[in-house]
Design a protein around this ligand. Structure first.
Ligand code: AMP
Ligand code: ZN
Length: 302
């Protein structure tokens, strides 16, 4: 059951989000987008000093690179692929027949060379590898993308298409862990300005299956993932709005990214769930942004 259906209904009634008939797939109002844009600017006001290289990928990524990324080993249930019609006139006629008969027309669809990006940073690593060894200071990227995860839910904070802003640090273990600590501190300060209750905690990714439980335990034991959580859907199970991930040398080894001295690069990323932060604001301050507390309005509208 959805514990938060009142909130969801309120979002629809107030036309903050627009229903499409599919759970987790929503239209966004101008007001909602304005909040997202202003939160985006707030992130930049904290991270801009670092002069990250800005890169924007579309929400699709190269399927061959996605296959190599290992995502399907860990999260086969969340992945989304793009299939398309690749037939002739006869196949087209068969498709129309099936459609009209109410039969499954999708069986004739073929996998394309594009899949949906599950996180903003996934398309980045192979492109960094192509640049050759890192400079001495490593590299830092500023990303934002719509991402897809197949997790339909009545919880408005669990969407199938959502935006993730990320900073990604690639360098020595020290550079990368310093980066993560900096963002743990900044995350506290940044979300503190929004007047919503929150706390930080050690976390794990939702690795699939029995083998996944071991990966999750390992990730927790090594404190590789932290989340900044805000109660949205429920008080007892607050929602991860920001994630701070240290991948160690996982992506460096996988993609062949070398530090300037030839050692394998380490990576870390901080991810901001844009919709989740916006929803946390609507949840705690109400549907009328003009009535939000003045310190919150000041943080976002200046
Ligand atoms: P993750 O890679 O799982 O740590 O995700 C990064 C951030 O994206 C999380 O901290 C969330 O804020 C956001 N996020 C993840 N999954 C969803 C989802 N299904 N709907 C909305 N936001 C999400
Ligand atoms: Zn990432």
């Amino acid at each position: 059951m959805c514990q938060n259906c009142d909130f969801r209904t309120g979002l629809f009634k107030n036309r903050i989000l627009i229903e499409t008939g599919v759970d987790g797939l929503y239209g966004r109002s101008g007001v909602f987008e304005d909040v997202i844009q202003r939160f985006d600017n707030l992130i930049t006001s904290f991270g801009g000093v670092d002069k990250a290289e800005v890169v924007r990928f579309p929400p699709g990524m190269n399927r061959a690179l996605f296959e190599k990324s290992g995502y399907l080993k860990s999260f086969p249930n969340l992945a989304g692929t793009i299939h398309a019609f690749n037939g002739n006139d006869k196949d087209h006629a068969a498709l129309i027949d099936k459609l009209q008969a109410g039969e499954d027309w999708t069986l004739g669809q073929e996998a394309t060379d594009v899949v949906l990006a599950p996180a903003a940073c996934y398309p980045l690593y192979p492109t960094v590898a192509q640049l050759g060894a890192l400079p001495e200071g490593g590299r830092l990227y500023d990303l934002q993308s719509y991402c897809f995860r197949r997790e339909p839910s009545k919880d408005p904070a669990r969407q199938q298409f959502f935006r993730m802003r990320e900073y990604v640090r690639i360098g020595s273990p020290e550079q990368v862990t310093d980066f993560r600590q900096t963002w743990l501190d900044r995350g506290n300060e940044l979300i503190g300005k929004l007047g919503v209750p929150f706390h930080l905690d050690v976390a794990n990714d939702p690795f699939f299956g029995r083998a996944g439980r071991m990966l999750a335990n390992n990730q927790r034991d090594q404190r590789l993932k932290f989340e900044l959580l805000v109660p949205i859907e429920s008080e007892e199970k607050p929602t991860a709005c920001l994630s701070f991930n240290y991948h160690q040398d996982h992506f460096g080894t996988l993609w062949g990214i070398a530090q300037h001295d030839g050692e394998v690069a380490h990576t870390a990323c901080v991810g901001f769930g844009m919709e989740r932060v916006a929803l946390a604001l609507f949840k705690h301050h109400g549907f009328d942004v003009d009535k939000w507390p003045s310190p919150v309005r000041k943080a976002l509208w200046g």
